[in-house]
Design a protein around this ligand. Structure first.
Ligand code: PLP
Length: 390
């Protein structure tokens, strides 16, 4: 085998996803893009706020704008801008040395996991979960372990407690959640914080909480509680991929609670892993986001689509919890086998992702980062697919 043995499985699962894209492209070619309803991708289509382009142009036209290497964790003035913003939002006393600018949330996850985990240690994540975690765990030489969530996809604290062992180094959560759209409440996060403290004492080993929050700003009338309030040994990470619709520009950061055990050492290690993988986050977009703290896309656009989609699916007989955040719906598959149902949807030219891909069998994921006409045009197909299995 010309490639590393350990890569074979990873390439196979990547090629499954590629096949799905290829199938989508084939359907679009055959039936016309307007007749295929593609809800498979979480790629934001809402335009970035106009101030993004304006800031970019100002930076490009300014001869003092830097395009060279900088301190590997990022420009100090940008990290300071992020720390100031987070202090204003969460009153946490962050300093810029505890912030690392990264290549998106994926970069921040890779940095943090590789900084914290010894080979063979466990990352615990509530299922269902974002598929990328499998790859980041692989790169960190760690095991991804799951704990089931409650039927409403909120945290099942008893299940989490039962799943923690002496091998657990990291608890990884994601709220608002991909794929379920759930936003964890302050009470459940407080419960999680207490539980992690007790488990850390019990096993004589600090368990760190990583909170993956790229959808923090994409919420509909609810607030996302601060994880910094519930457990000091926390690393919060995020990106501008969704909140500024800059997914392709690859810019994000991680921030370590100042009271986290060995916070400075973790920041140093995350800075070094950042350097080893990518050298530094993109220079131009660091400078853009440094000037745009607190700016967000028009969330009303996503909310309108969510409401429209929920109404149509409900009328077609689908069951789901109305998501409070992110831009995904996670309906129950009307038949037990979600892969089979996704294939039935495909016959109606509707593309969805089976829940089993997220560790959530029996459900399927629909992304509404798509134009309204795609949502409206799909309802007949959803009805026909339901009628077929009823
Ligand atoms: N975490 C979650 C839950 C995501 O859904 C995504 C992307 O979809 C990422 C991390 C990666 O985000 P980024 O594109 O900013 O690296």
């Amino acid at each position: 085998m010309p490639i590393a043995d350990k890569m074979v499985k990873m390439v196979e699962s990547a090629s499954m996803i590629r096949k799905m894209f290829e199938e989508g492209a084939r359907l679009k070619e055959k039936y016309g893009a307007d007749n295929v309803f593609d809800f498979s991708l979480g790629n934001p289509d809402v335009p970035p706020p106009p101030v993004v382009k304006q800031t970019l142009l100002e930076l490009i036209n300014n001869k003092n704008t830097s395009h060279g290497y900088m301190s590997n964790p990022g420009y100090p003035h940008v990290r300071q801008a992020v720390a100031d913003y987070l202090n204003k939002e969460f009153n946490v006393g962050l300093t810029q040395d505890l912030v690392v600018m990264t290549v998106g949330a994926a970069g921040a996850l890779n940095d943090t996991l590789r900084a914290l985990l010894n080979p063979g240690e466990d990352i615990l994540v509530p299922a269902p979960y974002f598929v990328g975690y499998n790859q980041y765990a692989f790169v960190a030489n760690a095991n991804l372990k799951t704990a089931p969530s409650r039927p409403d996809f909120h945290l099942d604290l008893a299940a989490i407690q039962a799943a923690i062992t002496e091998n657990t180094r990291v608890m990884l959560i994601n709220s608002p959640n991909n794929p379920t759209g759930v936003v964890y409440t302050r009470e459940e996060l407080e419960g999680l914080g207490k539980l992690l403290e007790v488990a850390s004492q019990r096993f004589g080993k600090r368990i760190y909480l990583i909170s993956d929050e790229p959808y923090r700003k994409i919420v509909y009338g609810v607030e996302v509680p601060s994880v910094f309030d519930v457990y000091p040994h926390t690393i919060m990470l995020t990106s501008y991929s969704k909140e500024l619709s800059l997914a392709g520009e690859r810019i994000g950061y991680l921030a370590i609670h100042p009271k986290a055990e060995d916070a400075a050492m973790i920041a140093g290690a995350a800075g070094v892993t950042n350097t080893m993988m990518y050298v530094n986050a993109p220079a131009l977009f660091q400078q853009v986001v440094g000037k745009l703290q607190g700016v967000t896309v028009d969330v009303g656009i996503y909310q309108k689509r969510r409401d429209m989609f929920c109404q149509g699916l409900s009328a077609a007989g689908y069951e789901f919890d109305v998501p409070e955040g992110a831009f995904y719906l996670f309906p129950k598959s009307p038949i037990e086998n979600d892969i089979e149902f996704v294939n039935i949807l495909k016959e109606q030219h509707i593309l969805a992702v089976p829940g089993v891909a997220f560790g959530g069998p029996g459900f399927f994921r629909l992304s509404y980062a798509v134009p309204e006409k795609t949502i409206l045009g799909s309802f007949e197909g959803f009805k026909r697919a339901m009628d077929r299995v009823k």
